[in-house]
Design a protein around this ligand. Structure first.
Ligand code: SF4
Length: 672
């Protein structure tokens, strides 16, 4: 690679999708800065982004393909890429011959790298014909479906416009930790006089900055939205006729709110005093434009979708959806408007099996274990660290026992990689080309290959190309993956005439000059539908008959937020970012500390029927009495305690990460 400055994009599962300038000398990445031409991130990165050089040149990074025998023993041996491809291709072909199809072969991939060319994994499996594929979205599907129900389409306001708001209400999000760039728009709005409200069970770093912080019982956000709506409706809305015209279900919604919602009941369920609801109702009524941000936190329980619908409806009935610069934020799914040619690559037709077998990724192991005829026998893991992230680890262990070959592609020897038979070293985003469209802001950016691969690391696309060749060498025409196409060909094909028009591009070269913003963000790409108020009341009508708090005494709801210097288990190996902020710290309330006679810094355990975590107690005086807080990541990952409720509809919701209930006890020495 030539010395110089290259354009990269941070591909992490993060709101930022930041533009990066990479400085390269003698083939090495010597420093990174933010790309000032990126109109949203404007030349800034977070600490994780600035730590990129250590992320790339890290002694713990995987250098070569390796095989472990027996699996889990730690007895790793370096092998060549050709040996790795021969073993993997041999297994895929053998399973095909054994079962007459590729259904015994599958993959599990999610959000470790969100670049469009990382869809090479999906494309590679598609190119074998019907196989076993993950569907759904463990993080955001609940909210996505709720937003769709409200708007008839995906929709999230333009983040830069937040600075024009006079009221900002953040509901279940902690941008001071997870979306640091957005804070500058909030600060600017506040300097101009905007009121800033944070609603969250946890007194977060964002809540510390707010004018008003409202502590709410987890999972009751929808009730609070309905309570505020009741106060607003009772005071009278002077533009009621236009609401009736612009919405579906206004009369039913109003009737339900007036007759079924009782503020004392709402207060009891939510833990929010009626006076606080009145303040919020007054703010929503008088401070226009108002923006409301549905955070991911509110959809991590089995009432999440309905909470988002109720919050959306509150924004609609206060006239903030038709007010310029007012609106709603969740996240957008603009990626779906791209051709996504790798994702949608069509494989060969099987004589009797028409489709791939789908497994809901939010409960993959349990669902995969139910598959028979044939059972799942081969698993490819990419952009994912199942063992630190997924739920139902006991069923994952069962699934691993059933699998005949597990291959993990990663930059590091993660906990999942350690349970695999073969690990393949993945290229970092500085070592591959890609195209990135985020899910928060509306900027499209290129990712250039800035440096040669670290030792023998390869991109997902390169691996797909080479494994295809090996498969076809061993079994002619086994795969139809177009291995001859270069990354740049795939990128150019993503820039369809529609995409070029939407981003105001005249040619691919425009992207070399810097990120480009989508020109027009409409609420609906098709014929705008009316806003639907009915989902906001549907489940709440059923919930009226439920007790306001089903939690047993001396049990605690486990909330597991992100931390500032990690994204899940990513960046764990980067010592620059290791401030020991997460490792096995368990935050408990004063009440819990008294109940269990636990002192600050005492060793404690939290446990349930799924597992046990041991850690150091930190007494958090702002924590609700029945909540325990343990951050994601750390050496003893908290997902061990998380298991999906059985009644979750297939493919219709994310993982209910925040529905897990745990107990607390003092440390038992045998766990040391
Ligand atoms: S982790 Fe997020 S904020 Fe940090 S550099 Fe990457 S995209 Fe930007």
């Amino acid at each position: 690679m030539k010395d110089g400055i290259y354009r990269n994009t941070c591909p992490r599962n993060c709101y930022g999708t930041c533009g990066i300038l990479s400085y390269v000398k003698n083939g090495r990445l010597i420093k990174v800065t933010g790309d000032p031409k990126h109109g949203y991130t404007k030349g800034r990165l977070c600490a994780k982004g600035y730590a990129s050089t250590q992320f790339v040149y890290n002694t713990q990074r995987l250098k070569y393909p390796m095989i472990q025998n027996p699996r889990g023993s730690g007895n790793w041996k370096r092998i060549s890429w050709d040996e790795a491809y021969s073993i993997i291709a041999g297994k895929i072909i053998e399973l095909n011959q054994r079962y007459g199809s590729n259904l015994a072969s599958g993959y599990n991939k999610f959000s470790g790298n969100l670049g469009l060319l990382h869809n090479a994994v999906e494309g590679m499996f598609n190119s074998f014909g019907p196989h076993t594929k993950p569907t759904g979205n463990p993080c955001a599907l609940t909210g996505k479906l709720a937003v769709n129900q409200s708007f008839g389409d995906n929709y999230s306001s333009v983040p830069e416009d937040m600075l024009h708001a006079n009221l900002i209400v953040i509901w279940g999000a902690n941008p001071a930790v997870t979306n640091v760039h957005q804070m500058k728009f909030i600060y600017k709005a506040r300097r101009k006089g905007a009121k800033f409200v944070v609603i969250d069970p946890i007194f977060t770093r964002t809540a510390e900055k707010a004018d008003i912080y409202i502590q709410i019982n987890p999972g009751t956000d929808g009730w609070l939205a309905l309570g505020i709506a009741k106060i607003i409706i009772e005071k009278g809305i002077d533009f009621e006729e236009s609401i009736r015209d612009q919405t579906i279900g206004w009369d039913q919604y109003k009737h339900f709110i007036q007759n079924q919602i009782n503020l004392f009941d709402v207060s009891k369920r939510t833990g929010v005093p009626i006076e606080a609801m009145e303040v919020l109702a007054e703010f929503y009524g008088n401070l226009k434009p108002a923006v409301t941000w549905n955070g991911l936190g509110i959809q991590r329980n089995d009432r999440g979708g309905h909470s988002i619908s109720a919050i959306n409806s509150l924004a609609a009935i206060t006239g903030n959806l038709s007010n310029p610069n007012g609106g709603l934020y969740y996240m957008h799914f603009d990626k779906e408007y791209f051709p996504q040619l790798l994702l949608n690559h069509q494989g060969p037709i099987h004589p009797t099996i028409t489709n791939s077998r789908e497994v809901d990724i939010s409960n993959y192991s349990k669902n995969a274990l139910t598959l028979i005829d044939p059972p799942l026998k081969f698993l490819w893991v990419a952009s994912r660290n199942i063992i630190t992230q997924d739920q139902n680890l006991k069923s994952w262990q069962q699934l691993f026992n059933q699998l005949e070959l597990i291959v993990t592609v990663d930059l590091y020897l993660t906990k999942t990689a350690k349970k695999s038979d073969i690990v393949l070293p993945a290229a970092s985003h500085f070592e591959e080309e890609d195209l990135n469209v985020g899910y928060w802001h509306y900027w499209l950016a290129l990712n250039q290959k800035a440096i040669p691969p670290y030792y023998e690391a390869k991109s997902d696309l390169q691996i797909a190309r080479e494994l295809t060749k090996k498969l076809n060498e061993l079994s002619p025409v086994f795969s139809n993956f177009p291995y001859e196409k270069e990354p740049i060909d795939w990128i150019k094909e993503e820039l369809s005439p529609e995409i070029m028009h939407q981003y105001g591009l005249t040619s691919y070269e425009d992207l070399l000059k810097g990120p480009q913003k989508k020109l027009e963000i409409t609420r609906s790409t098709s014929d705008p539908e009316k806003f639907n108020l009915l989902p906001a009341i549907e489940t709440h009508a059923n919930d009226l008959f439920l007790s306001e708090n089903l939690q047993q005494p001396l049990t605690y709801r486990l909330l597991t937020p992100q931390t500032l210097l990690k994204i899940h288990s990513q960046y764990e190996m980067v010592s620059w970012l290791d401030h020991g902020e997460t490792d096995n710290i368990i935050e408990i309330s004063y009440n819990a500390a008294i109940q269990h006679e636990i002192d600050e810094n005492a060793k404690i355990e939290i446990y349930n029927e799924h597992g046990l975590i041991a850690g150091t107690a930190k007494i958090n005086p702002t924590l609700p009495y029945n909540v325990v807080l343990a951050s994601q990541a750390g050496s003893n990952p908290i997902n061990q305690l998380i298991s999906q409720k059985e009644e979750k509809d297939k493919n219709s919701a994310s993982t209910f990460f925040y529905d897990s209930i745990v107990k607390i006890r003092k440390w038992r020495e045998k766990h040391v």
